[in-house]
Ligand binder design. Structure first.
Ligand SMILES: Cc1cc2nc3c(=O)[nH]c(=O)nc-3n(C[C@H](O)[C@H](O)[C@H](O)COP(=O)(O)O)c2cc1C
Length: 299
């Protein structure tokens, strides 16, 4: 098959690279030419993160401030499919991915091209997905499907484990008894299934129905209490970000934001979870499913 696919992504720990590799495997096995590009920043963020660096990227993530990418050359001018792997950072597309999507050479390549987005997140990807959708729409891309892989453990548990992973660098069990952080190995290898589902659409160059098929196969499963949390948190993050970029006491405000975030995650999030369980799910199922459907719209 003479189809050409570009798989472009950023990854610090290698998790998103593994996800992209698994998605692309059935395409490669079928003879599709897949060009994989891992982008990096000129001044890339060190991994593992130091706590102060981790929180200091928040304003640029929220406000969508691009950074300079290490230059890269694509083999083709156009592709039959572009797969974009992005990760949320502070409920926004990570700075490297946001920078890529604002780069004029990349905008030219995605224009009119079918695009599938794939994320490997902790569990809050909806707001970042909204921003990615907007950037793709502005670039004139044809967004045909999305996959969202998450850490399926309880929100409270994944806060501990991701912080351990990000600050330590190893995707290992925190204190020996917490579960492994991030997307589970079996979910990563199951991404091959979504690649297989994509193949017939790629062969026919006819994309209608792919997103519905991905949804049916649970490639993307929004959780109402997390959508609710994210919507409120995203509004607050914007206020914090605007304040922090204006202040001369950036360090102090970033520290205040760090504690604010921990309070939101450890106090507010469990309350929202309980309200969802006791009120929204049993009494407002139509409202919940409308909200979930809305965030699965591609444009
Ligand atoms: C600075 C930073 C902020 C993050 N914020 C979020 C977030 O808002 N929501 C989320 O689900 N995951 C968040 N994560 C987790 C990432 O989306 C991703 O799952 C993790 O960094 C592994 O990706 P990698 O393939 O780049 O290593 C964040 C990670 C970092 C480094």
């Amino acid at each position: 098959m003479d189809k050409k696919v570009l798989a472009i992504y950023y990854s610090q720990s290698g998790q998103l690279r593994e996800i992209m590799d698994n998605f692309c495997l059935p395409l490669i096995n079928d003879g599709v030419s897949v060009e994989k590009v891992q982008i990096t920043l000129k001044n890339d963020y060190p991994f593992p993160w130091a706590s102060k660096d981790f929180f200091s990227v928040m304003p640029d993530c929220i406000l969508g401030v691009p950074a300079e990418l290490e230059s890269f050359t694509l083999k083709e001018h156009s592709y039959d499919l572009i797969v974009v792997g992005y990760q949320p950072w502070f409920l926004s597309p990570s700075i490297p991915i946001n920078s890529l999507m604002l780069q004029s050479s990349f905008v030219q390549v995605v224009k009119n091209a079918p695009v599938i987005t794939i994320t490997g997140a902790r569990n809050m990807w909806v707001n970042a997905f909204d921003k990615v959708k907007k950037l793709l729409n502005e670039a004139g891309a044809n967004h045909v499907g999305t996959v969202a892989l998450v850490d399926r453990h309880l929100n409270l548990v994944s806060i501990f484990t991701i912080l351990h992973w990000m600050m330590d660098g190893r995707k290992s069990r925190y204190l020996g008894f917490f579960p492994k952080p991030g997307v589970a190995d079996k979910d990563i290898s199951n991404t091959q299934r979504f690649g297989s589902l994509t193949l017939p659409y790629l062969k026919k160059n006819e994309w209608s129905g792919l997103m519905e098929e991905l949804i049916r196969n649970k490639a993307v499963v929004p959780e109402f209490h997390l959508i609710f949390m994210e919507t409120k948190a995203a509004m607050m993050f914007k206020i914090w970000a605007r304040l922090i970029v204006k202040t001369k006491k950036r360090k102090i405000w970033l520290t205040a934001f760090k504690y604010y975030l921990l309070i939101v995650l450890f106090v507010f999030a469990p309350i929202v979870f309980m309200i969802d369980l006791m009120i929204f799910k049993p009494f407002l199922p139509k409202y919940v499913s409308a909200k979930k459907r809305a965030c699965l719209k591609l444009n």
